[in-house]
Ligand binder design. Structure first.
Ligand SMILES: NC(=O)C1=CN([C@@H]2O[C@H](COP(=O)(O)OP(=O)(O)OC[C@H]3O[C@@H](n4cnc5c(N)ncnc54)[C@H](OP(=O)(O)O)[C@@H]3O)[C@@H](O)[C@H]2O)C=CC1
Ligand SMILES: O=C(O)C1=N[C@H](C(=O)O)C[C@H](O)C1
Length: 269
């Protein structure tokens, strides 16, 4: 009988790291084979289940990612841009599927993934949920159907710990809206309004970020014209939906050709 794909989780102690450890260890389609934390982290050397305050899972947290990746078929990585770039090189070396949920990556960061994608499968998305990926497709369609009489505004809300803005999801939605309109998002982005900003420029795509409490992730795409507004909305109420999407991507990636993919590929959207 063939062994189930082995999965390593990076950033194991993080909000998403812990959710991923739980989702992977509860699954009957994959095996948890590794948990990575940075050097000096107090979880290193401990059983990851016990470090999370539960039963032992038989996996010791390590600060040696390459050793862990070499034993795995996939790495699920929701950490920080610098860590993700380093992990991408190691996952490519180990020929493991690299599922990247990390947001806040610059164009230069993303360019560094390209050589890694020549050796291994990378699946990267600012949001791994089915709902948001569907919303992204709908955003593109609505933007394509409406003209610039409709101002597009993207409003996102997240918990107080989030470090990047606009969120990865907001940027995905903005890219989709720009694509629907046939423009480059970089030419029409309007974010961080403050002070005497001047009137809104026709055709711009605006971004607003709210940060507070324990909000998991909420995104509105508003199309506003004189006399009416259309609002497309997604609300995440449980982080497990991101973890389930990431797990689906890790399984989907097995047997795919090396390259860079996204959740549209995984979900067939
Ligand atoms: N695509 C999607 O569907 C989703 C994406 N995200 C994204 O995932 C990322 C993580 O979010 P969240 O879990 O809330 O953040 P947390 O801050 O809770 O977790 C991040 C984890 O990564 C670890 N980490 C950071 N740098 C390194 C490193 N160099 N080596 C090893 N570990 C490292 C942190 O360790 P330490 O504490 O020591 O710094 C921490 O354990 C964010 O970019 C977020 O936007 C979140 C949800 C869904
Ligand atoms: O940091 C988070 O929490 C989230 N980040 C992702 C993003 O930047 O869009 C996805 C989700 O909204 C939660």
């Amino acid at each position: 009988m063939q062994e189930l794909p082995g999965i390593v989780i990076t950033g194991a102690s993080g909000r998403m790291g812990q959710m991923l450890i739980k989702t992977v260890s509860d699954s009957d389609k994959v095996r948890l084979v590794g948990a990575v934390e940075r050097e000096g982290h107090d979880w290193v050397g401990r059983d990851v289940g016990e470090a999370m305050g539960g039963a032992a899972l038989g996996v010791t947290v390590t600060d040696q990612p390459l050793e862990a990746f070499a034993k795995a078929q996939a790495v699920i990585d929701f950490t920080a841009p610098a860590a993700t770039i380093a992990f991408a090189k190691l996952a490519a070396q180990a020929r493991a599927v690299h599922v990247i949920g990390t947001t806040g990556m610059t164009d230069q960061d993303i360019a560094q993934l390209e050589p890694c994608g020549r050796h291994a499968v990378i699946v990267r998305a600012g949001n791994m949920s089915l709902g948001v990926n569907l919303l992204t497709k709908l955003t593109q369609q609505v933007a394509a159907a409406l003209d610039e009489d409709f101002d597009i505004e993207i409003i996102e809300a997240h918990h107080r710990h989030k470090v990047d803005a606009p969120s990865g999801t907001a940027l995905m939605l903005g890219e989709a809206a720009a694509e629907g309109r046939g423009v480059d998002l970089k030419d029409v982005t309007d974010s961080g309004r403050d002070g005497i900003t001047g009137a809104r420029k026709r055709g711009d795509i605006g971004f607003t970020a709210i940060r507070g409490g324990d909000i998991i992730g909420e995104h509105d795409v508003m199309f506003a014209c004189d006399g009416e507004q259309i609002i497309l909305r997604h609300k995440a109420t449980d982080r497990s939906l991101f973890a389930k999407g990431a797990l689906k991507a890790a399984i989907w990636g097995q047997g795919q050709k090396p390259g860079e993919y996204d959740m549209f590929d995984v979900l067939g959207l």
